[in-house]
Unconditional design. Sequence first.
Length: 430
Amino acid sequence: YLRSIGLPVFGDAVSGAKTQAFVDEAASVSAAAAAAVAAGIGADGADSGVAQAEMQEEEPLVTMDIGQGSEISIPQRVCSVFFEAEFSVGSMAPTFDVDISALGPDGKPVASFGLTLHSLDGRAAHRIASTLADLKFLRWPDFLRAREGGAGLPKALQDTPPASALMELLRIALSSCGRATLPEGFSSPQECVCCYFDTMCDLWAPAAADFCHLFHCEEVLPSVFCVEIASSFVLGSTFLRTQEYYECPNERFRRQCFSFDEYKAWCRSPDGGGQFAFYLKWHGFNIPSWVLDDLRTGRLGRLRPQEEALLASIPSHSGTHYIIGTAPGNAPTLRHEMAHGLYTTNEDYRSVARSILSEHLSVQETEYLRKTLLGMGYWDDPDILRDETQAYMASGDDLGSARPDVKRLLSENFDAFFERARRGASGAGD
C-alpha cells in the first residue's frame, strides 16, 4: 500500500536495501521565514497561549548551489505546534543531521519522541525542512485533519498531518541513504510513527465527535456497510480491537476483553512479530455485526473515542449485517473486503466460492495457501482461511499459488454476484 501511494516501504531501507534516491526538484520553502503563526490551541479549542509555533527569521545554516543557477537553503531551525527541528552540518560534510522533538499540546517536548536523522544530502535536508514548514500554520485541532490552516498542504499531509509528516520525514531520510536514530524502545520507523499517533491522541484526548466527521459510511452491498476513513492511522486504530476480537491468531485476544496496551505488548514480543505497526500493515478490515454488538455492550472493554464514532457512523440495521473498513480510492482493498461481505451475508456466493476452492485446489495447494496466510498473521481456522483465500483471489492476488485459473473463477464469481446485487439495488430504487 505504501508503494502504491508513492512511499517506499521503510523496512527496505532499514534492512539495508537501497531505494531510489530523491532527485526531484525540492519544494519551495519561501514562506519558511514567515512571522510566527498564531498560538497553539488546546484540546478544548481555546487559545492555550503555551504552544507557540514559529518560523524563525534567521540566517540559513547553509545555502547550496544545485546547478543550473538554482540554490537551496538549509535552515537552522523549523518549528510548528507539533515538532521542533534543529539542523546541523553532519560529521561527513556536505551532509546534514536533524534533531527532531515532538511537542505535546502544552508546547513542551514529549520525552519519549525525540529522534535524529543523520547523513542527509542537501536535497534531502531541504525536503525535510519543507515538510516541517508545511505544518507551520496548523494547530492542535488540525491533528486529525487539516482545516483552515491546511489549504496549501500537500494531499499526503491533509489527514493526520503530524503523523503523516513524520512518516514522510523518515521516508525522505531513508530513501536518500540517510539514517534514523529512533526513540528508545522502537524497533522500526513504522512502529515509531504508529506509536507517535497513539501517544499524541492520549495527550490531546480527542472526543468521539472529533472522529465522526472523518468517517463516511455507505451500504455498498445488501447488508454490507463500508466505512471509509482516509487516514491509515485513524482507520487502523478504529478497527484494531474489533478485528482482533474477531479473528486474532492469539486466543488471549480473540473473543476476549483487552486493552490497546496489552495488544501492543504482545505485538512487541517475539510471538507477535517484534513490533507494533498495525496501522501501516493492514489496509482494510472486515467484521460481522455480532462483533459490533459485543463492542456496543462492553464485552471488548471501555469504548475508545474512535470506536464510539464507528458505532455512530453505521445506520441501524435489524438483521445480520457486515461492516468493512477501507481508505477512499483503494479499489483492490475495497473489492477484497466486499468479497468478505458477500461470503458472510450471501449463502449462494459462499457455496460457489467453497466449491471452486475444493474442486480446483489439491490438498498440497490448500496446505500451501494455509501456511501462506498463517505467515501473514491470520488465525488458523478453516473457514476464516477459506474466506481469506477467496477474498484475495477475487481481488486479483493468488497468494503465490500460481493458479490463475482459480483466481479467474473466483473473480468471475464475485463479479456475477456483485452485478446481481447492483441490479437488485437499482430495481429497488425504481
